[in-house]
Design a protein around this ligand. Structure first.
Ligand SMILES: Nc1ncnc2c1ncn2[C@@H]1O[C@H](COP(=O)(O)OP(=O)(O)OP(=O)(O)O)[C@@H](O)[C@H]1O
Ligand SMILES: [Mg+2]
Length: 1107
């Protein structure tokens, strides 16, 4: 974090000038001086604007560490010192963030460091792009494809110990997030001639040396190989070992890489078998053998090698042997076989070796592609990395160099197209003031080589296809004719004869003035190499092997697929693939790395100025700087510029409704950028100074951070609020549940407490009632006990008296008996014997009876009339007597009891008896009245002065005076009244004043009615027509109903000697005025004590609610 806040710049701690655009003064010398200065200080990278110049240090520099990767990651291009990582980062970010496909074009001559640069770019991108198991595997596979391809496609040359002998273009594919998905590798023209012959001081492809040095004994045995290099003709012997290169270790690296890329073990084995076969092919030698018919024939000298090759490839030895001896030509269904002489046999052998190896290489590339290809079909972003062989000028330049240099011309062309020409043209198109910069356009050289009518490649093809004798010389002749006038073509024999005297130009050569210098090509081998012919016998022989890989490499050997059509020539194939490549590159955003080789000795610290100067010239670097200096560092269409920076100005953010150009103008004005810093083109804004751009970028970055903070703030707010609402909801739910739980608990507690209190109160009430009842019972029992004691006392006194009387009587009787006995005995002595038995019997009986009586007297029960106990009888024969005696005793006891009563008490008992007869078992109220003594006058009217008037009105004795409730006939409501009963009438008077309300003779009463219940309501029915009956019958209620009615009943009986009717029923009729009203008793809730609640329902019904 901190690091990115420290503002750094390309200009910090700068050695020389980091960006040549800033060189002052700008001359070739100062440019070279600057490069040298920097090179001497281990600064190998220098910019020209956005182009990176890389000078090969030939030593390891500590500038590729992971820390460096981190340092350059996500930093602006000019923010730090020049580095290849800055370019890689810029390319990767614009691929990822701006969705622009990128290509990284690495140019420079052989040994300048292109391959190294391409690897650095790939490893940087791998380090900064996404991570994860799957992504890492893709990255690893992409990176590990390099060692495999280098082993098979690179070789030590004079210029470079690890020279790429093929062109390579790799598309790395990314998804929208910038994570690598896979890749596609295209390879261009492997220098296959190297397989059979290497220039002095150079080596064959690395893989041969690696296999022999690093292969295990076992492996070499399986492959039928010897470990010594000098056993093999195809291995350049003079430089078989390269300083600082460990072939054995590299072999292990390659095998490991193949495994990572996804090669199966058996695939690796197959590949190595082919490599071994190629190596062994070189050891097949031929000797001449003359035939009788004069034709030269060849014969294989030592067939052992052939045998082993055939064993390796699963081939029939005879087939291969024949293929090396004969050549079959097919024309118009005719087959002609010719024998091969020794030279032809060698040619065939080498052609086979080259083809085998070349096809193996192509197969390897395809196989790697299969492994690393992206697994998804989603749209991919692409970063292409082009590492193609550098410009080559050798002593002896052949077809390969011609092709390689042609390719470099094309690359230079695209560089010119995209940077110099296009840029300048753009300024003009955009109407920006501009002074044209002269530069060399190499289109003319490309034209010379690739023109379809008179280009060198076209001539070569023409020559190859021409019937008749075709040699390299005839080809040169043709060139001499067609290209002689071309200003870039030089030949000794050309028509223009400009070079007739140029002894540096041999006869069998032609020279081309390439953009990078003059190159002289020896025509020898041009036709052959262009034809790239492999005798059909050989390809068929290869197809017939049992080796799956070799068989697959030679599909045209299948007789079923045989075609007589010539395959396209090597030159035209290459031209086509270069054209495709160029087209591809033109669709992408180019990034340039221009590699420079500082010396020819491959040594560090040596900066050969002449050599560098040459490269600087032909690479057109000076022109490049000038164009950059004259122009603007940065240009962008208004739309995208506005889109990118509109957030920096309040007027353009978030929406600008007018034209993009106006928007950019407003934006730049508001940002107060000096006007000389930018120009307005027709469709683009041109920013002169990179620093201005960086300022804008910095502002944007800061603003983006602010915006991100804003978004973050809103998001966090939203998140917190959502979280809060959720918590609130949860809290409410929880508290609701908790409250519910506690309230429920509280309720249950209260309920149980209430129940407890309730039960205590009920218990207390019940106990109170019980106490009262017990007291009542005790009172009753006490009365009974007192009575019992009293009776007991009386009985005992009586008994004592009786006993005394009996004793006296007994004494008298005994005396009498004795006397009588004596008298009788005297008198009846003479008869005694005869009557003795009967007399004894009678006497005995008499004694027994006497004893019975005496015993009974002792055991007599209490005198209480309610007593039921009676002693058991002692003798059966006295049974009747005993029962009778019990009855007599009881009657006597009752009489005794009755005898105690006074007249008044008797009357009371009579009344009680009457009441019992009237109500017992008929009305429930009766039971309550039993224990109530009938007092009659409860009011003591005579003593109460309040009732003086009433006393005056009543002359007779008052039998009953009590307060009753008179029921109102109309509404059933009760009013307290004095109920007064005399011997002839009953009076109803006001309770307070004592004023008489009704005075009714008892004779006028016909009957009374009561219910069966415990209520105290009674109706007094009056005689019809009597004066008292005018208002109708009376309804009263009284607790002393039993007493009142009993008294009324007895009074009327005494007065009239007639018994009135007492109706006991739960429904009876009464006469109110003229109406007969039914009084009906219904069971209901208790309202006011024992008093019934009366309610006049209608004319016919009066409801009495009783408890
Ligand atoms: N950045 C570098 N740091 C250290 N050594 C380097 C660097 N670049 C190149 N070299 C050295 O230079 C040698 C040649 O580089 P490289 O193989 O990349 O050249 P090239 O341009 O690919 O040549 P060719 O066209 O022959 O393939 C490497 O083997 C390595 O030793
Ligand atoms: Mg290379």
């Amino acid at each position: 974090m901190m690091k990115s806040e420290v503002k750094t710049s390309l200009l910090d701690n700068m050695i020389g000038v980091g960006d040549s655009v800033l060189l002052e003064p700008l001359t070739e010398d100062s440019f070279l001086e600057n490069l040298k200065n920097r090179f001497d200080h281990s600064e190998i990278y220098t910019y020209i604007g956005s182009v990176v110049i890389s000078v090969n240090p030939y030593r390891h520099l500590p500038v590729y560490t992971p820390e460096k990767v981190e340092e350059y990651r996500n930093r602006n291009f000019y923010e730090l010192g020049p580095h290849i990582y800055a370019l890689a980062d810029e390319a990767y970010r614009s691929l990822r963030d701006q969705d622009k496909d990128q290509c990284i074009l690495i140019t420079g001559e052989s040994g300048a460091g292109k391959t190294e640069a391409s690897k650095l770019v790939m490893s940087y991108v791998a380090a900064v792009c996404g991570k994860g198991a799957e992504v890492n595997q893709v990255k690893e596979q992409l990176l590990q494809s390099n060692p495999v391809l280098e082993a098979f496609g690179n070789a030590k040359t004079m210029r470079n110990d690890n020279s790429s002998r093929f062109g390579k273009y790799m598309d790395i594919e990314f998804d929208f997030k910038g994570d690598p998905l896979g890749g596609v590798i295209s390879n261009y023209l492997l220098e296959k001639s190297r397989v059979v012959k290497q220039p002095r001081g150079e080596r064959n492809f690395h893989v041969f040396y690696q296999l022999l040095s690093g292969g295990s004994e076992d492996l070499l045995k399986r492959l039928k190989l010897e470990r010594e290099f000098n056993q093999y003709n195809y291995l350049g012997l003079d430089s078989a070992k390269v300083n600082g290169v460990d072939d054995a270790a590299n072999f292990r690296t390659v095998k490991n890489a193949m495994q990572i890329v996804g090669f199966m073990d058996d695939e690796v084995e197959l590949v190595l078998e082919v490599v071994a076969a190629v190596l062994k092919l070189g050891n097949i030698e031929f000797k001449p053998e003359s035939r009788v018919n004069g034709l030269d024939e060849s014969r294989i000298q030592d067939k052992n090698e052939l045998k082993e090759i055939c064993e390796l490839l699963g081939q029939d030895q005879a087939v291969l042997e024949r293929a090396f001896s004969f050549r079959t030509v097919e024309a118009k269904q005719e087959k002609v076989s010719t024998t091969l002489n020794v030279a032809q046999a060698y040619y065939a052998r080498d052609a086979l070796a080259k083809n085998l190896y070349n096809r193996l290489f192509t197969w390897l590339v395809n196989r790697i592609n299969e492994s690393i290809k992206a697994q998804t079909k989603v749209r991919k972003k692409v970063m292409g990395v082009l590492d193609i062989y550098g410009f080559e000028i050798f002593e002896n330049n052949s077809f390969e160099q011609f092709i390689i240099n042609y390719c470099n011309e094309k690359l230079q062309q695209i560089f010119i197209e995209l940077t110099l020409k296009e840029e300048q043209e753009e300024y003009i198109k955009e109407g920006i003031e501009w002074t044209h910069i002269e530069y060399f356009n190499n289109a003319i050289i490309c034209e010379l080589i690739e023109n379809n009518t008179n280009g060198i490649l076209a001539m070569l093809d023409e020559e190859c296809l021409r019937p008749g004798t075709v040699t390299d010389e005839t080809f040169l002749e043709k060139l001499n004719q067609v290209c002689a006038v071309h200003e870039r073509f030089e030949s000794r024999m050309s028509k223009s004869s400009r070079f007739l005297n140029d002894t540096t130009l041999p006869h069998n050569c032609f020279r081309i003035q390439h953009y990078a210098g003059k190159v002289m090509y020896h025509v020898e081998g041009f036709v052959d190499k262009n034809n790239d012919l492999l005798y059909r016998d050989l390809s068929q022989a290869m197809w017939r092997t049992n080796h799956v890989l070799v068989k697959a490499l030679f599909p045209e050997g299948n007789p079923a697929k045989m075609s007589l059509k010539r395959p396209p020539t090597a030159g035209s194939q290459f031209k086509a693939s270069v054209a495709t490549l160029m087209k591809n590159l033109q669709t992408k955003n180019p990034n340039y790395i221009r590699c420079i080789k500082p010396n020819d000795q491959k040594t560090p610290h040596v900066f050969t100025e002449a050599l560098v100067c040459h490269q600087v010239r032909y690479l057109g670097l000076m022109e490049n700087v000038r164009v950059r200096r004259a122009g603007y560092a940065f240009k962008q269409p208004y739309e995208s510029c506005l889109e990118r920076y509109k957030m920096l100005c309040s007027q353009t953010w978030p929406h600008w409704r007018q034209g993009a150009r106006d928007g950019v103008q407003v934006l730049l004005t508001e940002l107060q950028i000096p006007p000389e810093e930018f120009s307005y083109g027709r469709s683009k804004i041109f920013i002169r100074n990179p620093r201005t751009l960086f300022e804008l970028e910095d502002l944007r970055k800061r603003r983006l951070e602010d915006l991100a903070t804003l978004i973050q703030k809103i998001y966090r707010g939203w998140k917190c609020r959502t979280h809060f609402l959720l918590m609130k909801k949860s809290q409410i739910t929880i508290s609701a549940w908790t409250k519910r739980h506690f309230q429920r608990k509280k309720y249950l507690h209260l309920k149980s407490v209430t129940l407890l209190i309730q039960s205590y109160i009920r218990g207390w009430k019940a106990r109170k009632l019980l106490r009262e009842l017990k007291h009542q019972k005790l009172c009753e029992e006490s009365a009974t006990t007192i009575a019992a004691y009293w009776r007991g006392f009386q009985a005992r006194r009586e008994l004592r008296r009786l006993k005394e009387e009996a004793r006296r009587k007994h004494a008298v009787a005994v005396i009498w008996a004795y006397w009588l006995g004596l008298k009788i005995r005297r008198e009846y002595r003479k008869f005694f014997r005869a009557n003795a038995g009967r007399k004894i019997y009678e006497f005995t009986i008499q004694r027994i009876i006497q004893k019975y009586f005496l015993e009974l007297k002792k055991k007599l029960p209490s005198m209480s009339p309610t007593e039921t106990a009676w002693p058991a009888r002692p003798y059966l024969f006295l049974d009747n007597t005993h029962t009778e005696l019990k009855r007599i005793f009881h009657l006597w006891r009752c009489k005794k009891y009755r005898d105690q009563f006074t007249a008044q008490k008797r009357a009371i008992f009579e009344e009680k008896l009457e009441a019992s007869e009237l109500f017992k078992d008929k009305k429930a109220l009766y039971a309550n009245s039993v224990c109530q003594p009938f007092q009659g006058d409860y009011l003591e009217i005579s003593k109460n002065p309040k009732y003086q008037k009433l006393t005056g009105a009543v002359e007779e004795k008052i039998l009953l005076a009590d307060v009753v409730n008179k029921i109102n006939r109309a509404n059933g409501k009760g009013a307290p009244r004095i109920f007064l009963l005399t011997q002839s009438k009953f009076i109803v008077a006001d309770q307070k004043s004592g004023q008489i309300k009704s005075n009714i003779p008892v004779m006028d009463i016909t009957s009374v009615s009561v219910s069966k219940q415990t209520d105290g309501l009674f109706a007094v029915h009056l005689k019809e027509g009597s004066t008292a009956a005018a208002k109708g019958d009376f309804l009263f209620t009284s607790d002393r109903l039993i007493e009142i009615i009993t008294k009324l009943y007895r009074t009327i009986f005494f007065k009239t000697n007639q018994k009135i009717n007492v109706e006991i029923n739960n429904e009876f009729l009464v006469q109110f005025n003229q109406d007969k009203v039914c009084v009906k008793f219904i069971q209901g809730a208790q309202k006011n004590g024992n008093l019934p609640a009366c309610k006049r329902k209608n004319n016919r019904l009066l409801e009495v609610t009783v408890p």
